[in-house]
Design a protein around this ligand. Sequence first.
Ligand code: MN3
Length: 303
Amino acid sequence: MFLRIDKLQIDMPVPKNPDPKAAAAVQELMGGRFGEMSTLMNYMFQSYNFRNKEKLRPYYALISNIATEELGHVELIAAAVNGCMYGQEPQGDMTKGDASFAHVLNTFPNLHSHIAFPHGAMPSNSMGQPWTGDYVFNSGNLVLDLLHNFFLENGARTHKLRVYQMTDNPAARQMLGYLFTRGGVHARAYALALEKLTGVQMAKMLPIPAVDDIELPESRKYMEEGWHRRLYRFTPKDSKDYMEMAGIWNGQHPDGGDLEVVDGPPQGGDMNDYEGISEAFTPEYKPEEIFEMATKLYEKAKG
Ligand code: MN3
């Protein structure tokens, strides 16, 4: 089962101004073929359908635990899309009754987000095409599935770098720096799993593309903090769940530091909050009544 912690995996800056073009590009990393919904659902279904869990614990633990981290990556992409859509200031004036979103037609190629979603993240790619279960590969053959996962992570690296090159939005780039580092960890983990299973030196192929994490300025901060050498156990500290992945995630990173399994999730960053947009009816045109009702519920919950 899953626990939910009301935090993001890291602190995410909010861009000063709305940047819907950056949001549209980042959408590819949500619901594209190589997006976070794909890594999440590939590893999730591989863990659901895993056979001989007891005999193959280290592999099962690795795939299951990375799946959980990916759910947090989906959340981070959503936070980045929302941040880029809103910026720090609420937009528009609901009382004017003019074409408040006319500018969107010129600046934002993903109109579906403005019409069918509350100006936020969608389970779709940068063209608004929905994510599909066809992106899930789960043959049940352990070597084949691990090889696929290695391919998926390296493909995702390529897409992250392309999105990086498409936007200079500092908030989007910080999120990319973090996810690039973590995707590198996952690619390395699947490479190690394959090496220990078959003896083939997958790590000699890394990284694909041949851009080291350190070359991304926004990744450096996370590397200085050691994120590129850690796998977190996304489970309460006092549980023993997924410990067995330490049988795979051990030894040295090429930078000389030790690979480490950390007990419990990372500390996390604050969940961002955004003002509603009245002219888009989020959460309502005149939300005061809803706010008042919620205040009463909130007081009741506090006892
Ligand atoms: Mn990821």
